[in-house]
Write a protein that binds this ligand. Sequence first.
Ligand code: GLU
Ligand code: ZN
Length: 498
Amino acid sequence: MASAPAASPASSVRVRFCPSPTGNPHVGLVRTALFNWAFARHHGGTLVFRIEDTDAARDSEESYEALLDAMRWLGFDWDEGPEVGGPHAPYRQSQRMEVYADVARRLQERGFAYPCYCTTQELDERREAARAAGKPSGYDGKCRDLRPEQIEAYEREGRTPIIRFRMPDEPITFTDLVRGELTFTPENVSDYGIVRANGAPLYTLVNPVDDALMEITHVLRGEDLLSSTPRQIALYAALAEIGVGNGTTPQFGHLPYVMGDGNKKLSKRDPQSSLNLYRERGFLPEGLLNYLSLLGWSLAEDRDIFSMDEMIAAFDIKDVNANPARFDIKKAEAINAVHLRELAPDEFVRRLAPYLFDEEPTAEQLELLAEAAPLTQERMVVLSEVRGMLGFLFVKPEDFRVDEADAAKVLNQDAAPVLDASVKALESLGDYTAEPIQAVLREALVDGLGLKPKHAFTPLRVAVTGRRVSPPLFESMELLGREETLRRLRAALDAITA
Ligand code: GLU
Ligand code: ZN
């Protein structure tokens, strides 16, 4: 993966990845991080990693740690943010509360925002009535211009206001980097809350305030946030008026929806959204990222497989497709398999080891894994398959078990002479390596017993590796060693004849 040109960015591009630490990281989040990272690196710009944790009821420290861990595992680096600091620290919004309180106060002083005393029930009733009358159902502006006596009266009633931002009365037009020119009319974007009645600032305020203060130039995020963009653009203009930030509005690009099963939007709660699932199954970060990059983007028409360096070199937000992307786990697996095959042998072993050993492996175990790994590299889709494929080489003799269903199919009376002849042939074999093993077994079983190779070798495979699907049989026998191979063949034979 590319490393950070951290010290002095070559361009003024500043993008941000600003998740809220709720729940476990999901693939939608990873795609957003990826596109921002690729954009920043392509332009030699700056990636700001900001944590939007102002919602105490939903955010958690555990989720914050999981986010950082996910970013590291994926191989992303950031130029400003947690652990690296930066000129706009702190990068956790929970530590910036005075900033937001101050901005909210100044927005009110200048009339860009106002207190709204409507209760939820009142708002609901008016919304219903507007709907019934076929009118726009957003906030109706009731508290826009309250007179001081009205405010006093509300306060005497014990009402506590929220703070609302006053939207301009003209349409808002902007050019989305992905979707082109978009216009939002005032009827469809009403005044919106920026501070709760208890004083807690909302996403609608803190996100654009920090984008302004952190001088973000490009906002790349999911299409689900498109409706907040006209609001934020209006807020930016107000922030410029009160001197928050450098007075420019970022450009926006909204990444397409990702559709899951049944052509429904992939939701955070879908099991297949969970990043942990991919880590546990043993996706390579580069395989997963390669796949996720295809959700809305492509390197070239006929190229599905590429490295992150290649993506960075080619990435242009203008090439992102506005149409919904379809999440296809089979394709993700196929892409991962290619990246697995491309790993250098020692690197492949390094990545496999944690999926095979529960404890720190010994030098001997690693050596055996290094010899066995090439037998599986071409056949593997995800690293967690290693247990099924190579576990038989590493179990203690007393813990070795054959798969019951496979045994029931092939380790029957017919297999007894096969196992018996194999034991005899291998006992007297001089050079116990794959080729002579194969030769002597063919001679004993195919020539000697007149069996078809499939019938001859399947019982051996199950007896020795425990399963009907395994790495190549003769290499497996060699790696297992003569003693243990014979022990397993005899044990299978005993089980049949017992
Ligand atoms: N914290 C917001 C989220 O996770 C950020 C959205 C944005 O990029 O503006 O949805
Ligand atoms: Zn109101």
